[in-house]
Ligand binder design. Structure first.
Ligand code: SF4
Ligand code: SF4
Length: 495
């Protein structure tokens, strides 16, 4: 549907899209890697706990590690083979530090674990849909990696008026969502209907930027006759971020520190809807995802379906390697993605892109002093004052930066992108948020330690009190006994 009223996005920028590098390359499957490195933590929340041992043979789709606690997600075997290690491996994180990882050596057979699936998924109860989504290890594939089932349950409990499917894909270079919508629209629409059923949504909107005409046409055709409405949005960065897509499609704003559920909205990515459909109709857990391999340094940009755990180097090789010297490697998009250096890092559930960018693409100009032009203020989609927040952070005044809304910053990088002085504003904000998180962790640790010490003191006092009370009781009993004996002796003497 094209007629829905759109609301204006505050701020935003128009970076060069560079999507043409990969957009016309259909999704291709990567050759099966010899070894897969599957991190236990691929989602927001607690890492999964391994349920397999080294030397064990596993089938494709078999559970490798179970969710641990309320906010967590399980991980499954992306292929059949043998578990050859349970240990640390480099992670898709800027630090490149190793994280607990399961190594699976493929047997080349791609032998699936027998799965039940469901021929009539749209008849399932809401709770059953959420339970199957949880068991399949589905997380937000737009990059947030929040466990999808938890979002479904929280939203069902708080009530959802509007379900939004995010097909914005506003980050330059990335075309994985564009391609999945073009090529797998009927499955996505069924996944959307399952999510809508799981949360009893009144209204279902799919927001797609106007630079994806084929995806729009495919989704409109697939949604025909259903209650799913495809809405065309103007191309602007960061249209695809959660707060902004809600604002544009509904006119509602998430209150500071709040969640979409607070205003009756649930947002999922279109690729997440596809994963939901695959899990429920075919019983297939989330073991692969579509990844865009692009950037000026890549020889043949492409979109690939990669198994979770595939080393990024295999994707670069599949794209025929490098055509030019690489100045920066990025996982995700160039605006919000993570830089990395080690191409042995594995594809994880949240990996939307692998970019190799040239020096001219990243344009690393030296920063100069702020000229107080306020361009960054106009670009900020959240309505913050980036120049003032950065000044407070530079002066080590985190409290002042928080008072100016640091916690509401979505780290979109729009301010840095437009700054004529090339000040890396978003780096300040990410650094400060890291500092804040560390301070909060330290505070929690201190509180926990204090509580432990208080509990210990109280326990010792209780034990001493109980000992003293027992001794007093024993003494009283002894004295009573002595008194009774004395009284008996006296009465015997008197007799
Ligand atoms: S855009 Fe850059 S130069 Fe202009 S006010 Fe903001 S920080 Fe200063
Ligand atoms: S990075 Fe933060 S401060 Fe800068 S434009 Fe985005 S939301 Fe605003």
């Amino acid at each position: 549907m094209l007629g829905l009223k759109l609301f204006k996005l505050r701020g935003g920028v128009h970076p060069e899209g560079r999507k043409q590098l990969a957009a016309e390359h259909g999704i291709r499957s990567l050759p099966l890697p010899a070894e897969l490195f599957i991190p236990l933590q691929q989602h927001i929340g607690a890492p999964a706990t391994p349920v397999v041992k080294v030397g064990e043979r596993v089938l494709k789709g078999q559970l490798l590690a179970a969710a641990q606690g309320a906010v967590s997600a399980p991980v499954h075997a992306p292929t059949s083979g043998t578990i050859t290690a349970l240990g640390d491996h480099v992670a898709p994180h800027p630090s490149g530090l190793p994280v607990p990882t399961i190594t699976l050596t493929s047997d080349g057979a791609e032998q699936w674990l027998e799965a039940a699936g469901c021929a009539t998924p749209l008849e399932l109860a809401a709770e059953e849909i959420a339970a199957q989504v949880a068991a399949a290890g589905i997380v937000g594939l737009g990059g947030a990696t929040f466990p999808a089932a938890l979002k479904l349950n929280l939203s069902r409990n708080s009530g959802v008026q509007t379900l939004i499917l995010n097909g914005g894909e506003c980050e330059p270079y990335l075309t994985c969502d564009d391609r999945i919508m073009r090529e797998r629209a009927p499955q996505i629409v069924e996944g959307i209907q399952l999510i809508a059923r799981a949360v009893a949504a009144d209204e279902v909107l799919v927001g797609i930027e106007d630079n994806k005409p084929q995806a729009i046409a495919a989704m409109q055709a697939a949604a025909q006759g259903s209650s799913v409405q495809v809405v065309v949005m103007p191309s602007m960065y960061p249209m695809g971020s959660e707060k902004q897509i809600i604002q544009v499609l509904t006119g509602k704003e998430i209150p500071a520190g709040g969640r979409p559920a607070d205003i009756g909205v649930l947002v999922h990515n279109v690729a997440t809807a596809y994963a939901v459909q695959q899990a429920i109709r075919y019983g297939r857990p989330l073991i692969s995802r579509i990844v865009t391999v692009s950037g000026g340094a890549i020889k043949t940009a492409c979109n690939v379906e990669a198994l979770v755990g595939t080393p990024v180097q295999a994707l670069i090789d599949f794209a025929d390697g490098y055509a030019q010297p690489t100045a920066r490697l990025v996982l995700g998009g160039p605006m919000m993605g993570q830089q990395f250096t080690h191409t042995g890092v594995p594809v994880v559930k949240g990996t939307s892109g692998v970019l190799a960018l040239t020096a001219s693409e990243i344009g690393q100009a030296e920063p100069s002093p702020c000229i107080r032009c306020t361009t960054c203020v106009r670009a900020c989609p959240v309505g913050l004052l980036p120049l003032e927040m950065a000044a407070h952070i530079r002066a080590s005044d985190l409290t002042g930066a928080v008072a100016l809304g640091l916690k509401d910053c979505i780290a979109c990088g729009s301010c840095s992108y437009v700054c004529p002085a090339h000040i890396p504003l978003v780096h300040y904000f990410n650094y400060a948020k890291g500092d804040l998180a560390a301070q909060e962790r330290a505070k929690l640790k201190l509180e926990a330690t204090k509580k432990l010490a208080e509990d210990r003191t109280a326990r010792i006092a209780r034990i001493e009190r109980e000992r003293a009370e027992a001794a007093a009781r024993r003494k009283a009993a002894r004295e009573a006994k002595e008194r009774a004996a004395k009284a008996a002796a006296e009465s015997e003497g008197a007799a």
